[in-house]
Design a protein around this ligand. Sequence first.
Ligand SMILES: [Zn+2]
Length: 220
Amino acid sequence: MPQAVRLAEKYEEVFFAVGIHPYDIHMYDEAVMERYINHPKCIAIGECGLDYFRLPEDEEEKKANIKKQKEVFISQIEFAKKVKKPLIIHIREASNDSRQILIDYAAKEVGGVLHCFNASKHLLPLAEHNFYFGIGGVLTFKNAKKLVEILPKIPLEKLIIETDAPYLTPHPHRGKRNEPFYTTFVVEKISELLEMDKNEVEKLTTNNAKKLFKEFSNII
Ligand SMILES: [Zn+2]
């Protein structure tokens, strides 16, 4: 049994998602998705999406990889709509194609989160399509200029805090293994940038997360 499922069964406050990351598209198998989707702690489909950061060098292979990434992404959007669960979206250097697919395939029906929002202005229109913006440790980094600038443009009711653990640990703990405790540094930075009270940011982002992942709202 996958570790995520084991953890979710052991701890009341842990949930899991089922999906195929763009780096693992060759493994996509809807039968596997079906096996886990009805688990009471499975609350989303993902990570799925598009990643053009690590493409094959050969032109033909590159084209084939992008084509396959799109197919697997679209299949997972359709699957999410069928099972009525939100999407956790991974986008790297593929903002325009990802936005277009999410809109064309009506992902709005289930919505989701743009995990580790990449600060691309091309993704902002997705706020109108039932998508939330996941903000993590990157916001606290010294080189986070783009994300700092775009943060106020994200509608407040679409802001969500995330860890991306074990990666992207917030400043001043960058480099250590990330864990949920460190999200407090992200909250602090948001409250500073948006001139909001820390408690208010906590409440807002928690409520947003509950709205998106409805199934855990009874427990958390
Ligand atoms: Zn990711």
